[in-house]
Design a protein around this ligand. Structure first.
Ligand code: HEM
Length: 468
């Protein structure tokens, strides 16, 4: 299925023998209201209690479905083709409940929350650091960190996968993009701060009860402290670079030297917000994905063995290198399949800039739209054995059957993650390095159930490392 051939879209465009009469086409329909809303709260409670299950079931109610969150109406999009159309259409911008919440974390002036000319200018500033031909320059750091991670553990040791995954993700992002040193203490602080902040953000997003969050309750205080530390950390990184007087060719220098639309240096707030906008989504998403990869290696030892065999066939006795990654087909497929079943970014929102239409449904100006990559990537209409962990489905002869936009964990369009190649390279390398050296077993206190926050991660994954 492609956007062009999608029945939803072609109906909307009025093509095809079974197209509805012209009058119906000029008047897009109002999407059905999802079932199970509660007076006053609407579907908010369902979203809080079981967001993944709730969003996944919406596909049975329609291609576009209305939800009520308190007084707000939100439109949920449930087909791959329409999520692609949404992400690619200029009728929608970054805004809405998720982004309003995230602005409290990311700031209002960073690339992840900006729109229009500012967003385009900021993408131009950061893009060079993520270009495909630049990624190999990060290879030595990624290798050092991946092998450093695999080399830290003792035989039989229980690994706290949350801390370890965060540590390596922050170190790779900070060392490659910000050329930061002494990142262990900062990785720890960032990890603790982000966990608290993202949990609080998620609550504020699904239950928008503004004044409640300003009460001096322990949970609110903890949230405020974590947020303050996050910003302090970023200020430290910027101050340290300025004090060093150095200007290495990296993303931080690009941010510090960036000019606005008039050619003037950008303000301090924008510099700060830009560093936050790179470091925080970069660490949280990669860390969560590494946690799931470790979980997958423990749960599917047959695939862990295949990863090891593949690495040995490519690298022989030497440690796996960055340059090997493009030949590690199975390892890469394990990463993609882990991301299909547990996409770090499981929910995305947009806001309609003007009244528009999606899949034949009317979307009013200012409406918030939501969709879930998690639900899309587990849709039985797109995937045979949709809940099975089956990395071989990404072999070329099978991958061609996957509908367009049914697997877009980095999104598409002008907001597509700039870091897709950077992320995939490090995820494959880390998987290859740890699977060659260790086998993993979950210990009895481990809890690998999915914890829903701004990203998805296991509740508390604890693995015993057994040498190979
Ligand atoms: C945007 C996913 C890693 C920086 C996005 C978006 C997705 C995403 C889905 C688009 C959001 C939307 O459409 O609304 C992921 C995943 C990652 C990952 C799954 C890893 C597994 C990273 C890393 C960095 C990063 C490592 C930086 C070091 C960004 C930035 C944006 C973004 C700055 C905003 C782009 C814009 O709005 O123009 N990411 N990301 N991401 N990501 Fe990532």
């Amino acid at each position: 299925m492609t956007v062009e051939s999608s029945p939803e879209l072609s109906d909307a465009g009025g093509q095809g023998a079974s197209a509805p009469p012209a009058a119906a086409l000029t008047q897009p329909r109002v999407p059905p209201l999802a079932g199970g809303g509660v007076p006053g709260l609407g579907h908010g409670l369902k979203l809080v209690r079981d967001p993944l299950g709730f969003l996944g079931r919406l596909r049975d109610e329609g291609d576009v479905v209305r939800l009520r969150l308190g007084p707000k109406t939100v439109y949920a999009v449930t087909t791959p083709a329409l999520t692609g159309a949404l992400a690619l259409s200029p009728d929608f911008k970054i805004d809405g409940p998720l982004w309003e919440s995230l602005e409290g974390l990311l700031g209002k002036e960073g690339v992840a929350t900006a729109n229009g000319p500012r967003h385009r200018r900021q993408r131009r500033t950061i893009q060079p650091a993520f270009r495909l031909d630049v990624i190999p320059e990060y290879g030595p750091i990624m290798e050092e960190e991946a092998h450093g991670l695999a080399g830290r553990w003792q035989p039989g040791e229980t690994i706290d996968c949350t801390a370890e995954s965060f540590r390596v993700a922050v170190r790779i992002a900070a060392r490659c993009l910000l050329r930061g040193e002494y990142m262990d203490e900062r990785a720890e602080r960032l990890s603790v701060a982000l966990a608290t902040v993202f949990r609080g953000m998620y609550r504020r997003m699904v239950i928008p009860a503004g004044p409640l969050y300003r009460l001096p309750l322990p949970a609110n205080r903890k949230f405020d402290r974590a947020l303050a530390d996050l910003h302090l950390l970023v200020d430290e990184i910027i101050d340290e670079r300025r004090a060093s007087g150095q200007k290495p060719d990296d993303l931080l220098t690009a941010l510090l030297e960036a000019k606005d639309g008039n050619g003037d240096p950008i303000g301090e707030q924008e510099i700060h917000d830009q560093v936050v906008a790179i470091l925080t989504p970069g660490s949280e998403t990669v860390a969560s994905t590494i946690m799931w990869l470790l979980q997958v290696l423990a749960e599917h030892p047959e695939h862990a063995d295949r990863v090891r065999e593949e690495v040995e066939s490519v690298a022989g006795d030497r440690p796996v290198a960055f340059a090997d990654v493009r030949r590690l087909t199975h390892t890469n497929n394990v990463v993609v399949e882990a991301m299909r079943l547990r996409p770090a970014v499981w929910i995305l929102t947009r806001r309609a800039v003007a009244e528009t239409e999606l899949g034949g449904y009317r979307i009013p100006a200012g409406a918030d739209i939501v969709y879930s990559p998690y639900a899309i990537q587990r849709d039985p209409r797109s995937y045979d054995g949709h809940l099975e962990f089956d990395p071989d489905r990404w072999l070329p002869e099978r991958a061609k059957d996957v509908p367009k936009y049914a697997m877009s964990p980095f999104s598409v369009g002008n907001r597509k993650c700039p870091s897709d190649h950077f992320s995939m390279a490090q995820l494959s390398l880390v998987t290859a390095a740890v699977a060659t050296r260790w086998r993993f077993e979950q210990v009895s206190e481990s809890n690998d159930a999915t914890r829903v926050g701004i990203t998805l991660r296991p509740h508390r994954l604890l693995l015993r490392a057994v040498p190979r």
